[in-house]
Design a protein around this ligand. Structure first.
Ligand code: UTP
Length: 499
């Protein structure tokens, strides 16, 4: 449904799309038991009324009612966990996988990239509440020496891959209503970090209203519905709705490399991963890492009795299954952890994200949270405990809708060190340490002694993988002196950063 409100105020009546007027819309809310949304309507100024109507017309009241019932019935979880098996995955060569298969996949992925069939896709619409940073998360300084913002790091990775394969690779960035303007302004004021402005495409994800325990839509203000982003799974709908699926199809793109905004180590466009995905004709492919410990808070790749792969959240998988071990190897039985890196087939996105295919859309999950809101007198409610339910879709649920899916192992130290929290585990500090550790491993692989050096940063334009790094390093003559705080840029300048 379009969100555009055609404002034609004639004799105090607002005319809405689809031949509906404001009175009819307000009437619909009353019939649906959601009349509180317009409780203060007559007190609002004209522009505020228009804004509220615009919010209200975009909400699917039937969907809200259905989801509220699901929540009251105890959620969507009717999974038979006891029948779950570990999902199979392609072993990384370092775990015994066949290196020749990886080399072949790299050729296939490389050919697809050279043919311009691949676009990059970042989901950046989240609220980043755990990090507590004031601004879009992609603008957060994330690298150990240069303190590059996440967006710059990804831009350089995409640029490096584009240069390697001779293509100007499209980069899709999903934002939300809360951070779209700031995100776009950040790119503009930084000259798109060396990318062409035409290759970077922003679009906003959908919003969902928050409801109270009885299914009533919460109001953030007298003229403002409490809305929040509809989850990273909302990206499939948003890709279709924004017109990017059609646009990409028209230019010959059929494969999307999906990653989240908070993981500096991600290999944004991995030819091997893309190659495996294409070889298997998968609709969605996913990267996994072996879980670090039983209770690690990642989703688990599982296989259902009907043969479908699923990601079961850590909060859903019963503890005894999280801790269960393989009697032969002693490894965790459900070892495969999801790190939210996927390759998606564009046809699949069109099918699952297409509005007409509503039976095939992703399920919503429920989060019981503190949602700032007003009471029946219009006064802010003092919140001591969760008062509202937010609805979110998760990208990994699309596995359930895929006819063919594939899971490929990667090494945690190569590709996963997200910035989620302000301090401690999965924080900027831990991620910067892991980024430095990667650069130090690469230097060691190139034959250097790195004792006593802690902090090093490598530009993606210098190298994106260990193999590339070793080749680049060996071609340097003379080689730079190794020192703490060194930065290897594309032209090996600025080796020592003064902070
Ligand atoms: P998280 O699950 O870490 O959520 O998102 P978050 O909102 O960023 O952070 P918290 O939970 O409030 O601390 C994982 C990825 O999914 C994106 C985020 O931007 C991040 O890249 N995401 C999440 C969206 O794009 N939209 C959403 O509605 C939710």
């Amino acid at each position: 449904m379009t969100n555009r409100l055609f404002r034609l105020q004639e004799k105090g009546v607002w005319h809405l799309p689809f031949g509906m007027d404001a009175d009819a819309l307000i009437g619909e809310y009353e019939v649906a038991g959601q009349g509180q949304v317009f409780r203060f309507f007559s007190e609002l100024a004209g522009a505020e009324q228009a804004a509220l109507l615009e919010q209200a017309v975009g909400i699917d009241l039937g969907e809200v009612a259905r989801l509220s019932c699901d929540w009251q019935d105890g959620g969507i979880g009717d999974e038979d966990y006891s029948s779950l098996q570990p999902a199979p995955y392609k072993l990384h060569p370092s775990s015994g996988g066949d290196a020749s298969q990886w080399a072949f996949a790299s050729q296939i992925g490389g050919a697809a990239l050279r043919a311009g069939r691949v676009a990059a896709f970042t989901v950046a619409g989240g609220q980043g509440t755990r990090l507590g940073y004031d601004g879009p998360k992609g603008t957060f300084p994330a690298t150990p020496v240069k303190q590059k913002p996440l967006f710059q790091l990804f831009a350089e990775k995409i640029r490096a891959t584009g240069e390697r394969f001779g293509q100007c690779i499209d980069w899709l960035i999903m934002t939300s209503a809360q951070n779209d303007a700031d995100t776009q302004a950040f790119f503009e004021s930084n000259d798109y970090f060396g990318l062409e402005s035409e290759q970077v495409h922003f679009f906003m994800q959908g919003l969902m209203p928050a409801v109270d325990d009885s299914g009533k839509i919460l109001m953030a203000g007298k003229g403002l519905i409490a809305m929040s982003p509809d989850g990273h799974g909302g990206s499939l709908r948003a890709l279709v709705r924004s017109g990017h699926v059609k646009r990409l199809q028209a230019k010959g793109v059929d494969t999307i490399s999906y990653f989240q905004v908070d993981n500096p180590l991600v290999y944004c466009i991995d030819p091997v991963f893309i190659g495996f995905h294409l070889q298997e004709r998968a609709e969605i492919s996913s990267k996994m890492v072996p879980k670090a410990y039983a209770g690690e808070k990642v989703g688990h790749f599982c296989l259902r009795a009907d043969g479908r792969q699923v990601v079961t959240e850590y909060s859903d998988l019963p503890q005894e299954l999280q801790e269960k071990r393989d009697p032969e190897t002693g490894d965790l039985y459900f070892l495969a952890g999801s790190i939210a890196i996927h390759v998606l087939d564009l046809e699949f996105v069109a099918r699952v994200g297409g509005v007409e295919a509503s039976v095939l859309t992703l399920p919503f999950h429920f989060a019981h949270k503190k949602v700032p809101c007003i009471d029946a007198e219009g006064k802010p409610v003092q919140l001591t405990e969760p008062n509202g339910i937010k609805f979110e879709m998760f990208i990994f649920d699309s596995l359930l809708l895929a006819e063919r899916s594939l899971i490929v192992e990667t090494r945690r130290e190569d590709e996963f060190s997200p910035i989620k929290n302000a301090i401690g585990q999965d924080s900027a500090e831990s991620s910067k340490r892991d980024q430095s550790a990667q650069a130090l491993r690469w230097l060691a692989a190139a034959g250097e002694t790195v004792r006593g050096i802690k902090t090093v940063e490598t530009s993606p334009l210098f190298a994106q993988t260990e193999t590339e790094f070793v080749k680049q390093w060996q071609s340097l003559n003379p080689k730079p002196d190794l020192m703490d705080g060194m930065y290897l840029s594309e032209n090996v300048k600025n080796l020592k950063e003064t902070s």
